[in-house]
Write a protein that binds this ligand. Structure first.
Ligand code: ADP
Ligand code: MG
Length: 701
């Protein structure tokens, strides 16, 4: 085969003129032979098998069943009539249904004769029904030869309108196979194919389009999924290796006075083993010659802040500055306060920079940063502005990664001549499989242990009509000296309405919890930063007992005395958000509660989310459910990754294949890092093709 065969523009294919080519391009993005070859069928009609009625599944697949019609009746309904035939085999009965063409069907159908019926089944109650089946007498059916499964390709209205039907696409693919005699260059090594018993590339491509049976189809799918994930992993791993080789990092080999004096004299509690382990991992990274790019995962409340601080002290001990970025002003403020408190009397210059920092302060701050008088800068996105220049930034920490994008990460790279070490902290646990795909280029550390003495939060679901009881519960908790959060949803699309809900809610709470017995704070995004801070401060100091808020308090806010989190309209929140919100309580020694309030109408997904929250406190488990419900594309931050444009593999369902793909990719790099060996030639060729098309390197250079 000509090596550039697959690059051939699609109009060259026999049967595809300029008109069809244009439609293929606009509707399916198909421009070359390669694109057409990789247009995989969505599903297959399986005429190779016969199902018994008791084997039918409510899956909506198209199947064929052999049986007899024992009864036909016409059913009157509001809009027209429906013809219903009772169809039976030795295992049970089902219904065949027609909404049109009754007369012809009634006259031609034979009772009590064996038929093969073919179509999509649906279940109503306990009975399966097949609307408008293809019908064939068994005697005639047996004469025809129907051995293959029929591929069904993705389609659009416009494609059908222009006559590019499923059959036409299938013909085009056949033509492509004819032109190259069905031979495609292999892209995996023999050893991998042997070990995993993979079918060849040519076989896989043939059987994904024209499978003879389920088994061959499954083998083709497995091979192509593996290959797809394997090359994604190769890209991620090589990106990481290249970064480590090419980009010289700052070497922090001193564990100096600041780190030691903090550890020995200022540590307010013993570190958990997980915290110790993670600090060690980070120290090792920053002490090598490579530039660190590490993701630190830890559930809410697992104690990431102190890890961040100790790592910044390491940077400072080596003559560098540190910076910590948070996604909101409240959080940045709280980090700033928290770090100052932790540092106590240590001689450390630390400052806060946010959008609302005054201009005069800002100028001063810029100067201090540039001449190195400032050790630690805490801030929001404001830190990323070009005007903010460091004397020597050694470590940049980003809290709550999902609010920041890759582009922002890369901005930090340029804050120093030699790129600083980067630590990304996230409290939204990402399932390991997804982390591998999204952040396969980062190293990952996990704090998988909560500080001792925490009582697991009790979570319940209550309907709105139980509100009085919930309010009584709040009163009891306040009597015990506790504080309460009440959170309202705030979603861009319905912002005006949401604000109204929030204010209505606030007013009703003020009525039910009157002054002077009760003091109430309110915080939302439309308030001036200074007012927000003031209200927040009052709650932190315990001057108010109830905090009514939107999700601005979602991340990070730390008030150990708050023991109840009430989430209004909880059905409108995503799982990870619910988990984040719940993490605001359970930070002190007292038993904490999370109450999920909802209306009575709930979707299935909403029920699953609520049940999951009630069942478990484990962020990783919650993330897995979230991933299953929403798919990886919807998880926060995944849009930026660009690594999820998978054609055939599914990160959730093909989790095992992903693991094996990663394993083999790692092994390949260990064994033959430059892909020089003859046996890996096919991988090298395929890989270079992919790299030509990919822009994955952009943010490194
Ligand atoms: P997160 O990981 O959510 O950012 P924080 O760093 O805010 O968690 O820590 C949550 C709370 O736990 C803070 O009050 C902090 O002081 C406390 N904490 C952190 N580590 C420990 C520990 N090893 N022992 C006891 N308390 C700890
Ligand atoms: Mg935090």
């Amino acid at each position: 085969m000509n090596p550039n065969f697959l690059q051939t523009p699609i109009p060259y294919l026999k049967g595809v003129g300029p008109n069809r080519a244009e439609t293929l391009r606009t509707e399916l993005g198909i421009e070359t032979y390669r694109d057409l070859l990789h247009l995989f069928p969505n599903r297959y009609l399986d005429k190779t098998q016969y199902y018994k009625i008791n084997q039918l599944q409510p899956s909506g697949a198209d199947v064929q069943v052999v049986g007899k019609i024992i009864h036909i009746k016409t059913v009157e309904q509001k809009r027209g009539k429906r013809l219903v035939a009772t169809f039976m085999d030795e295992t049970g009965q089902m219904e065949l249904v027609w909404f049109r063409g009754h007369k012809w069907i009634r006259e031609n159908l034979k009772l009590n004769e064996p038929y093969v019926v073919f179509g999509r089944t649906a279940r109503y109650g306990s009975t399966f029904s097949m609307p408008h089946p293809e019908m064939e007498l068994l005697s005639e059916h047996q004469q025809g030869l129907k051995i293959a499964m029929q591929p069904i390709y993705p389609s659009t209205e416009k494609l059908s309108a222009k006559g590019i039907t499923n059959r036409v696409i299938s013909k085009m693919v056949q033509q492509l196979f004819l032109e190259c005699k069905g031979q495609f260059p292999e892209s995996l090594s023999l050893s991998i194919m042997d070990e995993l018993r993979l079918v060849s590339k040519s076989d896989a491509l043939f059987n994904i389009h024209f499978p003879k049976n389920q088994d061959l189809l499954a083998k083709a799918q497995f091979r192509l999924k593996f290959e797809e994930l394997f090359f994604v992993q190769l890209q991620l791993i090589s990106k990481k290796i290249l970064r480590k080789q090419k980009i010289k990092g700052l070497k922090f080999d001193e564990v100096g006075t600041n780190f030691n004096s903090f550890f020995n004299e200022h540590l307010p509690f013993d570190l958990t083993n997980a915290q110790k382990r993670v600090i060690k991992e980070i120290r090792k990274d920053m002490g090598s010659n490579a530039q660190m790019n590490r993701l630190l995962q830890g559930d809410v409340g697992s104690g990431k802040t102190i890890v961040a601080l100790m790592c910044m002290l390491l940077a400072i001990d080596n003559g560098f500055q540190g910076c910590l970025m948070a996604p909101t002003e409240i959080l940045a403020q709280q980090h700033y306060n928290g770090l100052k408190e932790l540092l106590g009397k240590m001689d450390m210059k630390i400052a806060l920079l946010t959008g609302s920092t005054k201009k005069s302060e800002r100028t001063l701050l810029h100067n201090q940063l540039e001449n190195g008088n400032l050790n630690i800068l805490v801030g929001t996105h404001a830190v990323l502005e070009d005007k903010v220049q460091f004397k020597n930034l050694g470590l940049a920490i980003i809290d709550e990664q999902h609010r920041f994008g890759v582009a922002q990460r890369s901005k930090l790279w340029h804050k120093n001549d030699v790129p600083p070490h980067i630590l990304v902290m996230t409290a939204t646990p990402i399932p390991r499989t997804l982390a591998m795909s999204l952040y396969g280029d980062l190293d990952i550390s996990v704090i998988d242990e909560l500080p001792p003495g925490r009582k697991p939060i009790k979570t319940v679901h209550r309907f709105d009509n139980n509100r009085l009881k919930v309010f009584q519960f709040i009163k009891d908790e306040i009597k015990k000296g506790r504080q309460i959060y009440i959170v309202y949803p705030l979603i861009k699309e319905s912002e005006a309405l949401d604000y109204k809900d929030l204010m209505d809610g606030y007013e009703s709470i003020v009525r039910d919890f009157p002054m002077p017995d009760y003091q109430i704070s309110i915080v939302h995004g439309k308030m001036k930063p200074a007012d927000k801070d003031y209200e927040m401060e009052r709650f932190v100091k315990g001057e108010t007992q109830i905090m009514v808020a939107t999700t601005v308090i979602e991340v990070g806010v730390n008030v150990p005395n708050a023991s109840v989190m009430i989430i209004e309209s909880a059905e409108r929140f995503g799982l990870s958000q619910l988990h984040q919100l719940r993490g605001r309580v359970g930070r002190g020694a007292e038993q904490s509660f999370c109450i999920l309030m909802t209306g009575s109408k709930l979707s299935e997904d909403a029920k699953t989310r609520l049940q999951t929250m009630v069942r478990t406190n484990d962020g990783f488990e919650i993330a897995e459910v979230d991933l299953k419900l929403r798919g990886p594309g919807d998880l926060m931050g995944t849009q930026q990754s660009g690594m999820l444009n998978l054609k055939i593999a599914d990160i959730v369902k093909d989790n095992q294949i992903l693991k094996s793909a990663r394993f083999y990719a790692l092994q390949l790099f260990k064994d033959d890092p430059r892909l020089e060996k003859e046996e890996n030639k096919s991988i090298l060729l395929a890989y270079s093709k992919i790299m030509q098309q990919s822009n994955i390197w952009n943010y490194i250079s």
